[in-house]
Design a protein around this ligand. Structure first.
Ligand SMILES: Nc1ncnc2c1ncn2[C@@H]1O[C@H](COP(=O)(O)OP(=O)(O)OP(=O)(O)O)[C@@H](O)[C@H]1O
Length: 607
């Protein structure tokens, strides 16, 4: 690979560095080569280069670049640590948290458990249309409870990682010094999206370490969780870095006009009528025709990639919302019009699946007396309280309440020697529970998991059926996985799965910090925000459509721009769209409803 002038300047620079550049301009690539150079020339024994990213998704892209694209030699690779901000902060908190009043032993409060812990507070507020005062009260009540959980119970939620790490660094020069001597160079990926708390930690780290920030101000898509347009200026003022702008170099899709189209979307002015590498196709705005259009478009893209003989090809379907990710995934599994199924991986929010998995794990454990059913009920309530993550629906919270009340009535009836009323939701739930508990398990975790899941799926309890469908999205029991090994070990030691629930809970915490990743391949479906920092051979962007009644639009959900309204087409919407468009190396196809095309696309007036 021949380095560009800008990339060469980066290789020659000393001191703090700020590297900017558009999509595919080679920021990640050059930072890896720089890390490798530092690893071979500037490290003392015990030191490493630390590469910090926001999400595991981005980490996997960096690892892909280190392993597969740049083929960094083994001896240098072992001196580069790629980590998420989360897991780096967590390591600091675990070791030094006691200095700021956290208990000596702390645990991760995972998002599903955070949702459960906050559900009582949340259910006290209306789920929609909150006044500003209500919003503030809710936020304060949630923050106070999360702080209490951290300080009193040692359960630390993700949002406290950065502020608590800052507190530790602020209070101890010695710890700052220790980190700097371990990691004399820190690379900050996607720096434009750093929030205030993360920035305060970076400022502390920069006192002793050399910082290399990578940024594209036009790919800033996290304003809603604290990214700040002025962040690059903060970095410039604080660290006076050498600055290299890789500008609009485009190595990702250089043979196409994908990057040009992305820039034109940002500017809202289109230089051409058609762009090489960009396809825009309308679909009929209702479920089956829309999904049919998407599925046939996927067939064509997939065929193109296979015909070109690209090994390990990747095709991403990017959609605006979590809900659409699910709808598309379901349509790929059960396509309309007798089309064939599309094997794929969907990046679905996992709260519901994780809590559902806990129910299955408990059912794998032996039914060892009266508390088993009680624990089962607790997990069912947890599932409904936590399945919506930080946006629980009132319906789900009420469902949890209903289960609890019916259980109390059941206990009461038992105590009085009476039977439960016939229409109690507990009747079916208990029947299916009993069936699951009485099935003979084999010691093969994968098989046993599927057996229990099957009982829930075929049973008469709609709530357990829902759980069986949710956990279908889990991929934790593949051959060789840690979870599978630990469950097998549990069976070997006890002849039953004595600790299945504990093993499953542990596996999810490990999975959150697990950074081993393979390049993304095959068909993947994900929300547009999740595609940040990634690249694929082809991309299809697919959005929702207006719902009409008697000729009037009654709602317009799941659009690239909220309600597809030109007033909402702000820079965030444009940047988010541009990031998605430019993830592709060869071809980006945009599918948009025929009667109400995306307002960011060229219309006949501005093409
Ligand atoms: N000088 C170069 N010559 C050829 N290919 C390059 C060069 N620099 C980078 N590339 C390739 O271009 C592609 C995009 O590079 P990279 O991912 O580093 O860009 P980026 O600036 O980090 O992109 P984004 O901000 O969109 O995530 C990669 O496949 C990389 O291998």
């Amino acid at each position: 690979m021949n380095l560009t002038k800008g990339q060469t300047a980066i290789m020659q620079a000393d001191g703090h560095l700020l590297v900017t550049g558009g999509p595919g301009s080679g920021k990640t690539t050059i930072s890896i080569l720089k890390a490798s150079q530092i690893a071979s020339q500037n490290l003392l024994p015990g030191q490493k280069v630390l590469f910090l990213s926001f999400a595991r998704a981005t980490v996997s892209r960096v690892i892909e670049a280190i392993e597969y694209e740049q083929k960094i030699p083994k001896e240098q690779k072992s001196f580069i640590v790629v980590d998420t901000y989360h897991s780096f902060f967590w390591r600091i908190l675990k070791t030094y948290g006691y200095l700021i009043g956290l208990p000596r032993r702390i645990k991760v409060l995972t998002p599903p458990n955070e949702a459960i812990a906050l559900s009582v507070i949340r259910s006290a507020f209306p789920s929609r249309k909150l006044t500003d005062i209500q919003k503030l009260e809710k936020k304060n009540a949630e923050a106070a409870e999360l702080l209490r959980l951290a300080k009193e119970e040692g359960k630390v939620c993700f949002d406290l990682y950065a502020p608590n790490t800052y507190q530790i660094l602020q209070g101890s020069k010695r710890i700052c010094h220790l980190i700097a001597s371990r990691y004399p160079t820190i690379i900050l990926d996607e720096f434009q999206d750093t929030n205030a708390a993360q920035w305060s930690v970076v400022q502390k780290l920069g006192g002793g370490c050399r910082l290399l920030a990578l940024a594209d101000p036009e790919q800033r898509i996290y304003d809603w969780i604290g990214a700040d347009p002025a962040r690059l200026d903060h970095f410039r003022e604080t660290f006076i870095p050498i600055e290299v702008d890789l500008k609009d170099d485009n190595h990702r899709s250089g043979d196409t006009e994908i990057a040009m189209f992305g820039r034109d979307v940002l500017a809202g002015k289109f230089r051409k009528n058609a762009y090489n590498g960009i396809g825009i196709a309308p679909f009929t705005p209702s479920r089956d025709p829309a999904m049919t259009k998407l599925i046939t478009t996927v067939y064509s893209s997939r065929k193109r990639l296979i015909d070109q003989g690209i090994s390990g090809w990747s095709l991403a379907i990017l959609v605006p919302t979590k809900k659409m990710t699910r709808l598309v995934s379901e349509a790929f599994l059960q396509p309309p019009a007798k089309l064939t199924v599309i094997p794929h991986f969907a990046a679905i929010e996992m709260e519901a699946a994780i809590l559902g998995a806990e129910v299955i794990a408990l059912l794998m454990q032996p039914n060892s007396g009266t508390h088993h059913f009680e624990e089962f009920i607790d997990l069912m309530c947890n599932y409904f309280q936590g399945k919506g993550g930080d946006e629980p629906t009132q319906g789900a919270l009420q469902e949890a309440d209903k289960i609890r009340k019916n259980y109390d009535a059941w206990v009461d009836a038992h105590a009085k020697g009476k039977t439960l009323r016939k229409n109690s939701i507990l009747i079916n739930m208990h029947n299916v529970y009993e069936q699951a508990c009485s099935v003979a398990l084999t010691g093969d975790p994968d098989k046993d998991w599927v057996t229990i899941r099957g009982i829930l799926e075929k049973g008469t309890c709609p709530r357990l059926r829902e759980i069986s469908l949710e956990v279908r999205n889990l991929r934790l029991l593949q051959r060789g996985s840690q979870l599978r090994q630990e469950l097998s070990q549990d069976w070997l030691s006890h002849g039953v799965y004595l600790n299945a629930l504990e093993v499953v809970r542990r596996a999810f915490v490990q999975a959150h910090f697990d950074l081993r990743a393979k390049p993304e391949s095959g068909v993947v479906v994900m929300n547009m925000h999740k595609a940040k920092g990634k690249q694929f051979d082809e991309v299809i962007i697919f959005e929702g459509w207006p719902v009409q009644h008697k000729g009037q639009t009654v709602s317009n959900p799941d659009r690239i721009v909220r309600a597809n309204s030109i007033e909402q087409a702000n820079s965030q919407a444009r940047q988010n769209f541009c990031v998605s468009i430019t993830r592709s190396k060869r071809q980006t196809t945009i599918l948009t409803p025929k009667n109400d095309p995306c307002v960011l696309l060229p219309s006949n007036d501005n093409a």
